[in-house]
Design a protein around this ligand. Sequence first.
Ligand code: SF4
Ligand code: SF4
Length: 458
Amino acid sequence: MKSSEHTKEGRAKLTRRRFMGIGGLAVAGASLPANAWGVSSEGKGAESDKPVIKETRILGRTGFAASDIGMGAASLKESNLVRYAYDRGVNYFDTASTYGNGASETSIGKAMPFMDRKKIFISTKIDMRNDDTEQSLLDKFAQSQERLNTPYIDALLIAGVTNVNQLYNEAYHAAVKTLKADGRLKHAGVSCHGPRGVGDSMEKVLVSAVDDGRFDLMLLVYNFLNKQEGEKVLAACKEKNIGTTAMKTAPGKIKDIPTFDPENPSKEYEERIKMMMSFGLPREEAIQMVKGMVESEKVAREQTKPFLAKYGLKTEDQLWEASIKWVRQNPDMHSVCISMTDFNRVDKAVALSGMNLTKGQQTFLRDYKKTLGWSYCRHGCSQCSGACEYALPVSTIMRYAYYYEQGYEKLAMEKYASLKENNAMRCAGCTESCAGACPYGVMIRSNLLNAHTLLTLV
Ligand code: SF4
Ligand code: SF4
């Protein structure tokens, strides 16, 4: 049998990872075999050296005592990971019908017989369309419920709301009312990471949802580089005793940008040159354009290396840990949903339960923001949208690249493909009217072209 590295898809994945200088985010240890931890569903017999959840927080008016570290299940395919996390004390699971086309919900469902249903909180998201009726939403819910293998679901969130009007969808509210009356659903909620090119800000959507009064739970973007909107949402939720959970919590990257040799471009730069040429540019001009982009990235390279040396960083784990702790230590955030892609990652995430930032980590994050804050396109931000001559959904495309880097390659590529021609190929043939439009210094064109390379099989 071929290893994934030897398949076309596997090669493409590795190539793109190398180009983006990822690798640090990939967990070093291999997954343990399914029964390696040797624990029962009650958690008895857990090895004493394994981390466990140390803190729970009341999830607003749902009244549930949620683990401060929750499982974000976007790329979940293995029920053993759910059982393992449960045995470590994780009791909050965030999934969606669209994650892996139902594979994530199915994995949780397979673990369900091994967990005490009353002691866990399952939040799933419904993919709501404009033409959905109460009945079609009830049908979608029934499919989620079957996959999750549960008599009831704790919270049904409207997935990725981009516009306030979606909050008032009467078909959704009618379905929620029916499901609650049947005892199949406990709470309604909203997830939001801002507009998709056009739409309303995350703050506007979620504060409107709070004001609406029918939602008990919010899933929002919140991290040390992107906190202003989130803090306003958290304050509104606190006032109305609404449950809060965080996503996109570790935005930082420590990447080394490869040098560009115009005479002998690496495979990744060759892909970029070909993208430019596909817009009719002669090769020499395409090379000059790539050269220009690499020049602007040089500043980035020059800032990254001393920063890494100053803090002795070898992998991105140190940044990841500090980022999660930063979110967790805000008591108004009830559970931090973390992508747990293998057993090692579960242990690392659970070890952060109850942990606050050290003084050194506070300085480190402050320094990162000052030195490398330009490297992160803020999730849900739309401040540069007016500057793009094609009105590209800049932060959405960069969010898909973020998903890819977090290990959700398939999901990221599918989402990017759904943008059709409204994608970053535009950047290869435009006049770069967005240059300098980002107040945080994000190099828009260069990042979008990198994202395109990452998210497509060029
Ligand atoms: S590039 Fe800058 S302004 Fe544009 S969406 Fe990203 S963070 Fe916002
Ligand atoms: S490079 Fe061109 S197409 Fe791309 S975001 Fe900027 S203005 Fe829009």
